[in-house]
Design a protein around this ligand. Structure first.
Ligand code: GLV
Ligand code: MN
Ligand code: MN
Length: 412
């Protein structure tokens, strides 16, 4: 394999990720949520890279970018390679995006060489769950799980997923056409690790065995709004104070439970004024554990704690589950192939668990799925300081090319 050419390709990948980071809803930082206007620019830019390769690009009704690189023969099965194109607020340039840009680089590196399978590049429209609180809108469409309940869910402006799709110029009635064909061979995703493990071990690439399960819920504490100056402390029903007590209980439980991580990442209070006791506090909860039993047990426990705290303070609390996603094991055959491909690049693969959620965990319900992690400098992600080493991206491209050859020879 020509390493010089691959290093150049890796530099192009990094530059392209940086360019896409400029397509943002915010002026000074990157935020590109589900089907927001800058997603049009992002799609246009990627289509511009794919078209010269003879790749037909379309946007499906869930807003996913789909580009098909043809097989040697017509009507061949498809191998999917991709990741997501949406971001968190104040995002870095690589989470998700790298996996899509890297797939484009793989096709470019093929120099028009064809396989017995078509290769479909997928840029998922939504993985983070920022705009609607529920993640994986894009990948759920591919497995036929983008249901009415999710389509009716509204963002902070009261716009539903369905309406957001229409506003982007797409037709929600055609979502069923986004579903994967039965002859899909596999899905592969390259993604930055977003943690410190590979860096600590000095290894550029990792093989994912399992993606941990995750629960996402919304809690609403309801008390009574009142005057901050005239209401004595013993007759208050302060929703923020109750929420605060519960948040510290969440942290305590996670600290005391091995392998558990739990996060309250967002809190909105009403009416939201300095001199008014909050009558309502709405909070998000994100809970993850490698064991589904431990995760759901922790969620039950936290619901109970919220109820106890609310009752003791004379408030009420309600909870709404937005996601209850089981831990997912990657396909063992693909894991072996990935391990072999990493070895061929001269690197020692490291088997690991992903604490972050990925589109791969959704696709795995329907097709054999494999994931490759790239070392993340400083383990920093979901932040503008997120980065990758060009050399590691080169190794990932090399690994991807070996994988394509291996899959082709296993299907021959
Ligand atoms: C996706 O970034 C996640 O929250 O795991
Ligand atoms: Mn991601
Ligand atoms: Mn992310």
């Amino acid at each position: 394999m020509r390493m010089h050419g691959i290093k150049n390709r890796a530099e192009v990948v990094v530059n392209r990720c940086q360019k896409l980071a400029g397509f943002s809803e915010d002026l000074a930082s990157t935020r590109r949520t589900f089907l927001s206007p800058p997603m049009h620019d992002c799609h246009r830019e990627i289509a511009g890279w794919l078209s010269p390769l003879g790749v037909k690009v379309s946007i499906d009704a869930a807003g996913n970018l789909r580009g098909v690189y043809p097989a040697v023969e017509r009507n061949a099965p498809k191998l999917l390679i991709g990741s997501h194109l949406d971001t968190v607020p104040n995002a870095g340039a690589y989470d998700g995006i790298l996996g899509v840009v890297l797939a484009v680089a793989l096709l470019e590196a093929l120099g028009q060489r064809r396989f017995p399978f078509a290769i479909e590049v997928v840029g998922f429209s939504e993985e983070e769950g920022v705009r609607f609180g529920a993640p994986f809108i894009g990948s759920r469409a591919l497995i036929g799980r983008l249901d009415d309940e999710l389509l009716s869910r509204c963002d902070a402006q009261g716009i539903s997923v369905r309406k957001a799709i229409e506003n982007f110029g797409l037709k929600p009635g055609k979502i069923s056409q986004a579903v994967l064909r039965a002859d899909t061979l596999a899905y592969m995703e390259f993604h930055i690790e977003q943690g410190p493990v590979l860096e600590k071990l000095g290894r550029p690439l990792g093989v994912i065995d399992t993606i941990t399960g995750q629960s996402r819920l919304e809690f609403t504490f309801v008390g009574r709004a009142n005057h901050a100056g005239t209401t004595p402390m013993d007759v208050r029903y302060d929703a923020i104070a109750a929420a605060a007590e519960w948040i510290t209980a969440v942290e305590r439980l996670a600290r005391d439970t091995s392998g558990l991580v739990a996060t309250v990442g967002r809190i909105n209070a009403k009416p939201g004024a300095t001199n008014v006791i909050a009558g309502e506090a709405r909070l998000s909860l994100d809970v993850r554990h490698g064991s589904d039993e431990a995760r759901t047990g922790a969620v039950d426990n936290l619901i109970c704690l919220a109820e106890q705290i609310a009752k003791r303070r004379g408030l009420s609390v309600s909870d709404n589950t937005l996601l209850n996603q089981q831990a997912v094991r990657m396909d063992p055959i693909l894991m072996n192939e990935i391990e072999e491909a990493i070895r061929k690049t001269g690197c020692e693969p490291h088997h690991m668990v992903s604490g972050a959620g990925h589109d791969a965990m959704i696709l795995a319900e329907k097709v054999p799925t494999g994931m490759i992690f790239l070392r993340t400098p400083g383990g920093i992600s979901h932040d503008p300081a997120e980065s990758v080493e060009v050399e590691d991206v080169a190794k990932a491209i090399e690994c991807g090319l070996h994988l394509l050859d291996q899959i082709a020879s296993s299907k021959a």
